[in-house]
Write a protein that binds this ligand. Structure first.
Ligand code: ZN
Length: 173
């Protein structure tokens, strides 16, 4: 799966906020590092954050509820993680699965990592994507017109997750 714009067009209903598609300033080398540092010029819709990682919404979601688990350290390969960092990252991936099952009740979840541009990576900073899949996901718009119909705003999705984020809090002790 590719990182951004999996569909040609998005149809937001209700309307999507304009800031979400703002251009990234040129002096920002890595969007995830900028988000990790709290650079406010980059949109961040966060569900959970600590000193090691962040759980954020993908603002170009494949589907409603698409989350990413991103270590704050700039690495671009699983091999660059220390053993403990790897374990901690995947402990969170497991908790995010639990969160998505609780909040979204999906029929399934795609969990994926794209390593390298050839593999569909668009931000060269390690991240794990979790995309909920629902029954009857792909209607006419998606199949014939390559247009994803989004039935809720990213902010509403974020709020739904934040309400239950206690699921994530003890992921690493
Ligand atoms: Zn980075």
């Amino acid at each position: 799966m590719s990182d951004t714009h999996p569909y040609e067009t998005y149809l937001w209903s209700p309307e999507r906020k304009k800031y979400e598609v703002a251009e990234i300033p040129e002096d920002i080398d890595c969007v995830f590092c900028a988000q990790a540092k709290g650079d406010e010029r980059v949109t961040k819709l966060s569900v959970f954050e600590d000193d090691f990682l962040m759980v954020i919404l993908n603002i170009f979601p494949y589907n409603t509820g698409h989350l990413m688990v991103v270590p704050k350290k700039h690495v671009n390969s699983l091999t660059e993680l220390e053993d403990e960092e790897r374990d901690r990252l995947f402990a969170m991936v497991q908790k995010v699965e639990e969160l998505q099952r609780k909040v979204r009740d999906p029929a399934g979840i795609n969990v994926g990592i794209n390593l390298g541009e050839a593999a569909g990576e668009s931000i060269p900073h390690l991240h794990v994507q979790l995309v909920p899949i629902y029954e009857k996901d792909r209607g006419f718009m998606e199949t014939a017109l390559d247009t994803k119909v989004m039935k809720e705003t990213l902010e509403d999705t974020q709020e739904g997750y934040i309400e239950k984020k206690d699921v994530l809090e003890d992921y690493w002790t």
